[in-house]
Design a protein around this ligand. Structure first.
Ligand code: PGA
Length: 301
């Protein structure tokens, strides 16, 4: 039995219409052409598929079986062509991603891996702080946003995908590194190098100090994690930063962490977009790529 797709399609239409004439009209074919295809199909199957009783056309038992099979095939073909169209759509195009300054430390790795797999996709990456990300979400002008804490004030879809622990760092020669356990209250008189207002890291730190009832006396503000690391290495003060930003310095012994109660501050990274937004196939691809490959390309230590 070797029916062709063409024959099956014609037969299915005749079965649905229970009329050669109506099927021919729907298919934009002549009525004899339709009858001929059904006849050839019957020969291929080796059994009659339709029977004429009076003026009415009925499906035989074999006809019912083949009609159901033709419907299944048509549905699978439809799904397959949608999948292929989607695949073609996501092989090329533009993707606008915005990430929190702090997230750039690991996002670069994932973009590297992503563009190796999809070299024809152009990526525009905006690295900015939390408050500009919130503005971008409100204006719906980016495809994907990676941030530390989705704002409650906007209607968003936010998927947590990775931990973002904040650690307290210091220069390696600070005597406090000898202390096994420090209470946050004991650090009241220290100088802290902190991020600019608008930074998510800074907002999280402020909450922790406020909860502990500790008022920091002396702060030096800097708008870059890199500058903060250098300042701390130079002995300007302590800082609280995402562990992602200091992986290298901790591994090479250029910075140390302090063992402070309630630290690390546990936060999460989220993939975020406005709730009403229809994600492009490219954006969906990137989101699942991040979720799928995070363990491979992100170092969570
Ligand atoms: P940021 O990071 O401090 O670079 O704004 C965002 C966040 O941690 O929420």
């Amino acid at each position: 039995m070797k029916p062709t797709f063409h024959q099956l399609r014609i037969f299915r239409t005749v079965a649905e219409e229970t009329s050669y004439t109506k099927a021919a009209k729907r298919l934009h074919l002549s009525q004899p052409a339709v009858s001929m295809q059904v006849k050839q199909l019957e020969e291929a199957v080796g059994m009659p598929l339709l029977e004429q009783i009076g003026k009415k056309l009925f499906l035989t038992e074999a006809g019912e079986i083949l009609s159901a099979c033709a419907a299944d095939i048509a549905e699978r073909m439809q799904q397959t062509s949608e999948m292929i169209a989607q695949l073609q759509g996501v092989q090329r195009g533009n993707l606008k991603i915005s990430v929190a300054t702090t997230a750039s430390y690991f996002v670069i790795n994932i973009i590297k891996k992503f563009s190796e797999m999809y070299p024809q996709i152009n990526i525009n990456l905006d690295v900015t702080n939390r408050s500009s990300l919130i503005e971008q979400l409100a204006n719906n002008d980016r495809d994907i946003i990676i941030m530390g804490e989705p704002p409650q004030t906007l209607d968003l879809i936010a998927r947590p995908f990775m931990d973002n622990p904040l650690v307290m760092i210091t220069a390696i020669d600070n005597p406090l590194t000898k202390r096994k356990k420090l209470k946050i209250e004991e650090l009241r008189n220290q100088t802290f190098v902190i991020r600019e207002s608008g930074s998510g890291t800074r907002a999280a730190i402020e909450r922790v100090f406020e909860k502990a009832g500790v008022d920091i006396h002396s702060t030096i503000e800097m708008s870059s994690n890199e500058a903060i690391k250098q300042a701390v290495q130079a002995g300007l003060g302590l800082a609280i930063v995402s562990r992602h930003t200091v992986k290298l310095e901790l591994d090479t012994g250029n910075l140390a962490t302090l063992n402070v109660s309630n630290f690390p501050i546990m936060r999460k990274w989220y993939l975020v977009h406005p709730a009403g937004k229809t994600l492009s196939p490219l954006a969906k691809l990137f989101e699942s790529f991040v979720t799928e490959y995070k363990n491979e390309v992100f170092d969570e230590h």
